[in-house]
Design a protein around this ligand. Structure first.
Ligand SMILES: [Zn+2]
Length: 206
């Protein structure tokens, strides 16, 4: 799904109908900021708004998802492409996020087990030290794998220029972060900001 293209399409169709962002937002019962966000390719209408939006603009959902007018002959082909794309994007992101959570979970369990064993059982000190070192290695390795999967599952969006990018691993690991945002340097405008995680690689220029 190319959000930039879809956003531009929404803007073009809105203007064609002679609506301002404010007028369209009032018809849909949402804020004009939301329309502005869509049109900048920064977000996509939520499911409940798809049909009302398409009705107002007199376009089909298929055309909205394609980001362009679709001719009779191409209609079916475009619809199938859009469906496959939607399912694939959702599946790939979900799979990687789940896998990354599983790896992180297993890592913690394995590490705690190792630490408990090394702490509770009678054993030589050198063996205890080795177990603790293995425990630390498991944690570091597990977190690295979880990070790789998580980084791969989507992209980050610059809050300044709204371009999307995948940060390199070093920047990704070193960047302070919250659950959905990470402080990164935008490769396009150079802003160092908290960038929002987005679940699609679409419209990234690598
Ligand atoms: Zn930027």
């Amino acid at each position: 799904m190319n959000q930039i293209k879809i956003g531009k399409f929404i803007a073009d169709e809105r203007k064609r109908k002679g609506y301002t962002q404010k007028q369209l937002s009032e018809k849909l019962g949402i804020s004009d900021k939301t329309i502005s966000k869509w049109e900048r390719g920064n977000g996509f209408p939520e499911v409940s708004l798809l049909l009302p939006l398409c009705n107002e603009l007199e376009i089909t959902v298929n055309e909205l998802l394609s980001g362009e007018r679709v001719s009779e002959e191409d209609y079916r082909k475009k619809a199938e492409e859009n469906m496959v794309n939607l399912v694939r994007e959702a599946q790939e992101s979900k799979k990687k996020i789940i896998l990354s959570a599983v790896v992180a979970g297993l890592t913690i369990i394995a590490a705690i087990t190792l630490f408990l064993v090394s702490g509770m059982l009678q054993m030589e000190n050198w063996l205890r030290v080795i177990l603790i070192i293995i425990g630390i290695a498991v944690i570091v390795g597990g977190i690295a794998v979880a990070c790789i999967l998580d980084r791969d599952a989507g992209a980050f969006e610059c809050p300044e220029c709204h371009k999307r990018f995948v940060p390199d691993m070093m920047a990704y690991i070193m960047g302070p972060h919250t659950i959905t945002k990470r402080k990164l340097v935008c490769p396009y405008c150079g802003a160092k900001k908290y960038c929002k995680k987005v679940l699609t690689h679409e419209n990234i220029n690598y």
